[in-house]
Design a protein around this ligand. Structure first.
Ligand code: 5GP
Ligand code: ZN
Length: 114
């Protein structure tokens, strides 16, 4: 059994509603939403962070971005706009060590981020 929280969600060991999925990625709502729409998109493959991604992962990284666009369309925020965030490493604010993209929408976003 994996110690990784998001691998547990992927494997159905942590009851979580999956809002979208395909053969390479899945998406579920963030437990502590920071916007009316706050969905996490993760690769099925365990990659610790963006910093840990290797060249053979490049196509998967592109697929994840496309998955975000799909999830945003399905969630109804594509037209109004949304923000995609990938925290990487300690100073990047990453707390779960399984690569994930935050999809935030449903309100106006501020810039610069904190
Ligand atoms: P990070 O800080 O690593 O960029 O983002 C991790 C995100 O995972 C946080 O926004 C946090 O709220 C979310 N999270 C942490 N534990 C769980 C959980 O058990 N279920 C879900 N759905 N989200 C979680
Ligand atoms: Zn994992």
């Amino acid at each position: 059994m994996s110690d990784c929280l998001f691998c547990k969600i992927r494997d159905g060991e942590l009851p979580t509603e999956i809002v979208w999925q395909d053969d390479q990625a899945l998406a579920f709502r963030d437990l502590h939403p920071q916007a009316p729409t706050h969905i996490l998109v993760i690769p099925r493959q365990h990659i610790t962070s963006l910093a840990a991604a290797k060249k053979p992962d490049a196509a998967l990284l592109g697929h994840l971005q496309f998955s975000v666009a799909e999830v945003a369309r399905l969630s109804g925020v594509a037209e109004s706009g949304y923000r995609v965030v990938c925290n990487s490493g300690t100073q990047g604010g990453q707390t779960v060590l399984h690569l994930h993209l935050h999809v935030l929408g449903g309100r106006a976003m501020n810039w610069p981020p904190g």
